[in-house]
Design a binder for this molecule. Structure first.
Ligand code: MTE
Length: 317
């Protein structure tokens, strides 16, 4: 298989190192100069969204392999989907602010030879951390470009040795209603759960993200550990994972359970298959005024189309 990262023109190593981040004062000055542009997006960083409110804001001139610039740190950390906290995208960062992410363990088991519960420190130490710039395309037709850090899900799965009966991977988010007010809603079946076919899980693009922009994940982005599957709609990228299970049958997923006609198991980005309530042909990149056409597999077809040669992508949406 070709290495998809070879073609990234500006590697995320060019993300400004911490010591030369804009100071908060410089950032506010720059933000002032860019007021016109900032008004175009509901997600421009407000002072309250800056990390810790006193820390300098990480900045980056990096682009993805299609030449699109990464979204600002403020965009990525202030416009989120995380229903365990709230359904209001612009309030997630506030509601999640005091979520406890240490200590944290991830139980990896099911149909494996070597089940193991990993501390988050072991995952950071024992698995090769990489930086990768990925597009995130939400099913609601907005998108962002995010410089993630993390390690491949494949490297973790190989360590626990899936048996030949394992065909799918099931993921589970933490259940902690005392800190996650959304989990008191009886409308959703908590904990949030998601799934991938084993070959999707083993694909080199599939990442377990531990941070972004050179910083550890913040709660609103799924701290300390979240999945990133860049060719699928964002809801597959489950946050704050505590359990990963190798299973024989296709696992249930939160959104598929609630509305199977709207959210399929595959959820591959597909401009030709509309959501029953809206078109998926175009998207609004956060920070841009005009919509842009959506790309099959979110533009990662070269790396993943081979996984679906025998699958009808219209009925398996
Ligand atoms: N994971 C959990 N546990 N709960 C959620 O509500 N929302 C999903 C996904 N992972 C969600 C989740 C959806 S719909 C999207 S679009 C992405 O997270 C958003 O990720 P972001 O906020 O980091 O951009």
């Amino acid at each position: 298989m070709t290495d998809p990262y070879k073609s990234v023109p500006i590697r995320s190593s060019e993300i400004t190192p911490r010591h030369v981040y804009l100071s908060r004062r410089d950032f506010m000055k720059a933000a002032g100069l860019a007021t016109g542009a900032a008004l175009l997006t509901a997600c421009a960083p407000s002072a309250a969204d800056l990390p810790g409110n006193t820390k300098p804001v990480p900045v980056s001139n990096a682009t993805d392999e299609l030449g699109d610039p990464v979204n600002s740190y403020g965009d990525i950390t202030s416009y989120n989907n995380y229903y365990e906290f709230t359904t209001d995208k612009q309030q997630v960062s506030k509601e999640a602010r005091s979520f406890t992410t240490t200590p944290w363990t991830v139980e990896v088991g099911g149909l494996v030879n070597k089940p193991k519960t990993f501390g988050i420190e072991d995952l950071l130490k024992d698995f090769t951390q990489e930086e990768r710039i990925y597009r995130l395309r939400c099913v609601e037709a907005w998108s962002m470009v995010i410089p993630w850090e993390g390690f491949t899900l494949a490297s973790l799965l190989k360590a626990v040795e899936p048996t030949s009966d394992a065909k799918y991977v099931r993921f589970e988010t933490i259940y902690r209603p005392e800190e996650m007010p959304g989990q008191k809603s009886p409308f959703y079946e908590w904990p949030y759960q998601e799934g991938l076919r084993l070959d999707e899980a083993m694909n080199d693009l599939t990442l377990l993200a531990t941070g972004l922009y050179g910083e550890p994940n913040v709660p609103q982005n799924g701290a300390p550990l979240r999945l990133v599957v860049p060719w699928k709609y964002g809801f597959k990228s489950i946050k704050s994972i505590v359990k990963i299970e190798l299973v024989a049958e296709q696992p249930a997923t939160l959104w598929n359970d609630i509305a199977p006609n709207e959210y399929g198991f595959y959820a591959n980005v597909n401009p030709d298959v509309d959501h029953p309530r809206w078109s998926q042909a175009s998207e609004r990149r956060i920070g841009e005024l005009n919509r842009r056409p959506s790309l099959l597999f979110n533009g990662y077809g070269e790396q993943v189309a081979g996984l679906y040669v025998d699958l009808d992508l219209t009925s398996n949406y």
